[in-house]
Design a protein around this ligand. Structure first.
Ligand code: GDP
Ligand code: MG
Length: 188
């Protein structure tokens, strides 16, 4: 599931990854109304990409509440969350709210894990979008302090970094039997 505050480029990224237009892109924040799920295949793995932009963004919904509902829907439905930010804006107050919720979702409490068998954990990939040129971008460096590791730098518009992002997605998908990926050093 692709999450993030309005206008960071979630729908653009879904379209760029899917190589076709499946999600509505608008300069107006909150324009994606429906949950869009796109079947994807990369490196021998099949998965579904979900644009959550419209969930909870009914007319009149305060943006913060709408984004909050997107995150809850993504956490409930997704094995892997792509947390998208706009590198040109750095980290905004709303990005901080999203980050705080995702941090709690990322690791189930140890007690719950041992008591209830393998609890579902959500891997989070931090994606810095709108990196349209290779020029040093202070926004990307700032994203590191969110605590989700080094951001993957992409440009949905210029189609940059998309193969690396697809590789990273596939590497973090759970195995077919539902167990987490075993690659060393991955944060799951
Ligand atoms: P969403 O609300 O997060 O789904 O964002 P959208 O995909 O609707 O995009 C919001 C705006 O950002 C649109 O005007 C897009 O054209 C623009 N945008 C998206 N990706 C990029 C990018 O990589 N570079 C630049 N410069 N603009 C982008
Ligand atoms: Mg959208």
């Amino acid at each position: 599931a692709v999450v993030g505050r309005p206008n960071v480029g979630k729908s653009s990224l879904v379209n760029a990854l899917a190589r076709r237009r499946v999600s509505i892109v608008e300069p107006t924040p909150g324009v994606t109304r429906d949950r869009v799920v796109t079947p994807m295949a990369h490196a021998g793995r099949a998965f579904e990409l979900m644009d959550t932009g419209g969930i909870g963004m009914e007319d009149g919904t305060p943006i913060t509440a709408g984004v909050q509902r997107q995150i809850e829907a993504a956490i409930a439905a997704a094995d892997l969350i792509l947390f998208v930010l706009d590198v040109r804006d750095g980290v905004t107050a709303l990005d901080e709210k999203v980050a705080a919720r995702l941090r709690r979702a990322r690791r189930p409490p140890a007690a719950a894990t041992s008591a209830g068998g393998p609890a579902r954990s959500r891997a989070v990939l931090l994606v810095a979008n709108k990196v349209d040129t290779s020029a040093f971008d202070p926004g990307a460096a700032e994203l590191f302090r969110l605590g989700f590791g080094e951001p993957l730098r992409v440009s949905a518009l210029q189609r940059l970094g998309l193969q690396d992002l697809l590789d990273a997605i596939v590497a973090r998908l759970p195995a077919h039997d539902g167990s987490p990926p075993r690659a060393p050093g991955l944060r799951i």
